[in-house]
Design a protein around this ligand. Structure first.
Ligand code: ATP
Length: 317
């Protein structure tokens, strides 16, 4: 039997913040945010440094208390043991006993859960089968992160919180961890992921929430987020000067990207027609929709601009 069927997640919300605020002294870390995680989804929480992501996760884990609003985990208070034994957690600042062997750490962590995975299965999923006899303190940073991932999943939790899980990992380790996360989601589990790697959110998330200054500034699928920004990118090899291109009305921004110019535009068809007309030697033409990285930059820049003008208005009043 999996999980605890006595707890209420019938609304479909496994974890929820409703109108939640949290301040540290005079600093408002969260300002009335809503967040809802549903069964079987991987939600990526994005935002610049200090946006409030770790605070939001700390509230859902019951590590800190909200000043206002409602916080629930499986329909219960996050500190309720019935909710807690359904979650697995990988935080940024995990302090684990350095002298314990990896196998012992997994066995110990798994013992807190009613229906854990075996040590071998946990190690296999995290790709650390060869590290089980090594003392934790003697591992590299990237190896320690993988062990922390094994500890997060060994209890067979229905919901995983992964706070910047691939920091310090090389490309190979990152790809393997992504595959393991996909496997867990395919099993029907849910994941809340925070990351600064936008390609990580792009590769894994069903839904992306973007936070800035303690508020939720955007929420939706990666596709929907991309669609919110109208800019397209046009790359080409051209003999036209970049300063001249920058002055064209169709060009929002011109820069060099290796040997090619990269032009941002809201009117790609018009721009391409113009380029071909002005430069018969034009080659290497490529037109792409903006990626999550551009959408993220634009969203957070808009939020900063809105905030700055509201501060200026308040100061002027
Ligand atoms: P990062 O991407 O850098 O991890 P974050 O989005 O996780 O940032 P938080 O760690 O939630 O952001 O921090 C939100 C704000 O609250 C920041 O301004 C931070 O300095 C502040 N803050 C967080 N924890 C504390 C604390 N214990 N005491 C005082 N201020 C805090």
């Amino acid at each position: 039997m999996r999980g605890d069927h006595n707890i209420d997640s019938s609304s479909g919300a496994l974890a929820q913040l409703r109108g939640v605020s949290k301040a540290y002294g005079s600093l408002r870390a969260l300002d009335g945010i809503d967040l809802c995680l549903r069964q079987g989804e991987l939600l990526a929480l994005l935002g610049p440094n200090g946006a409030g992501k770790t605070t939001a996760i700390g509230l859902l884990l019951g590590l800190i208390r909200a000043d206002a609003g409602e916080v629930s985990l499986f329909g219960l208070d996050p500190q309720d043991i019935r909710a807690r034994r359904n979650i697995g957690v990988m935080l940024q600042d995990a302090a684990l006993p350095p002298t314990l062997h990896v196998g012992e750490l997994i066995r110990l962590t798994a013992s807190y859960y009613p229906n854990p995975r075996s040590v071998a299965e946990s190690a296999d999923l995290a790709g650390i089968g060869d590290l089980l006899k090594r003392p934790y303190g003697k591992l590299s940073g990237g190896q320690q992160r993988r062990v922390q991932f094994a500890l997060a999943l060994c209890g067979r939790p229905r919901l995983l919180f992964l706070d910047e899980p691939t920091v310090g990992m090389d490309i190979d380790a990152r790809q393997k961890l992504w595959a393991a996360i996909r496997h867990l989601v395919a099993e029907g589990n849910s994941v809340v992921l925070t990351t600064h790697y936008l390609e990580e959110a792009e590769a894994l998330a069903n839904r992306v929430c973007v936070m800035a200054r303690g508020r939720m500034i955007s929420e939706g699928s990666v596709e929907a987020l991309r669609a919110r920004i109208s800019l397209k990118r046009v790359w080409c090899n051209t003999r036209l000067a970049i300063e001249d291109l920058q002055a064209w009305p169709e060009v929002a921004e011109a820069r060099m990207d290796g040997a090619r110019v990269c032009l941002s535009t809201e009117h790609p068809e018009l721009l391409v027609r113009q380029l071909l007309a002005q430069d018969i030697t034009l080659s290497g033409l490529e037109v792409r929709a903006a990626g999550l990285a551009e959408a993220f930059t634009e969203l957070t820049r808009d939020d900063t601009a809105a905030h700055d003008s509201s501060v200026a208005l308040q100061e002027a009043a």
